[in-house]
Design a binder for this molecule. Structure first.
Ligand SMILES: [Zn+2]
Length: 233
């Protein structure tokens, strides 16, 4: 039988456990920030290729050159963790099929913030005018006591902004929209917080579904139009 541990031994075991835990946390944090840096570097490569791209053929509507169209990322880079779904064709995540018969056209980019950020802030990607606002389900309708907004079953709480270039941006599945700045017809700038990321509507989890729409009404791949991620922005 082993002799009982002395208080000094107990203290040493405790200290060793603390050091091990600290190391594990530090390593997982380093891996996370390394992964995020990789992703941002990859994005930077993708974004740099854009100026070489030809503007799309458009008939009568004139579309400004891409350099004029560069927009901000819809959440702050420091809050960004990963993309959960790219723009384009994908197997429907709500009812996936092995044979690919349930492939859908995903018209936006799904942005997931860091777990440590509670309902990350959403900002307009460029200045513009709010053209559509579906407030979160259950929010009281101003001026009508007892009435509440019903919400959008699929998109949840969401906002559309019309920009000066004629392009539109859309922000879906929000948990909250900012009643101080978000009203249909109101003008918003990039410094405004228009809402917070959430999981309202039809989703598999909390994320921002972001869409960019050109003046022809076509949804385009937003990854081709983001400005360079600047440090801390
Ligand atoms: Zn989506």
């Amino acid at each position: 039988m082993r002799p009982p541990r002395t208080p000094a031994q107990n203290a040493m075991y405790f200290l060793a456990a603390c050091i091990l835990l600290g190391c594990a946390l530090l390593i997982s944090y380093s891996i996370d920030s390394w992964r995020q840096q990789q992703l941002i570097d990859k994005l930077r490569d993708e974004i740099e290729r854009v100026p070489e791209a030809e503007p799309p053929e458009t008939g009568e509507v004139e579309i400004p050159r891409p350099a004029q169209l560069m927009v901000l990322f819809p959440i702050h880079w420091e809050d960004f963790r990963r993309f959960s779904s790219a723009f384009g064709e994908r197997n429907n995540p709500l009812s996936p099929s092995a044979g690919g018969e349930n492939v859908e056209d995903h018209g936006g980019l799904d942005v997931v913030p860091l777990d440590t950020v509670w309902n990350a802030r959403v900002r307009p990607v460029a200045p513009g005018e709010i053209t559509i606002h579906w407030p979160p389900k259950g929010r009281p309708v101003p001026g009508y006591p007892g009435l509440t907004f019903s919400g959008d079953e699929e998109r949840g709480a969401w906002i559309e902004i019309l920009h000066d270039t004629g392009w539109r941006s859309r922000y879906l599945h929000l948990s909250w929209t900012n009643p101080d700045v978000v009203h249909e017809g109101a003008r918003v700038g990039v410094e405004d917080m228009i809402g917070r990321v959430g999981g309202s509507g039809l989703t598999t989890g909390s994320h921002l579904h972001f869409e960019l729409v050109n003046p022809l009404g076509e949804r385009v791949n937003p990854l081709l139009y983001f400005k360079q991620p600047e440090e801390g922005k």
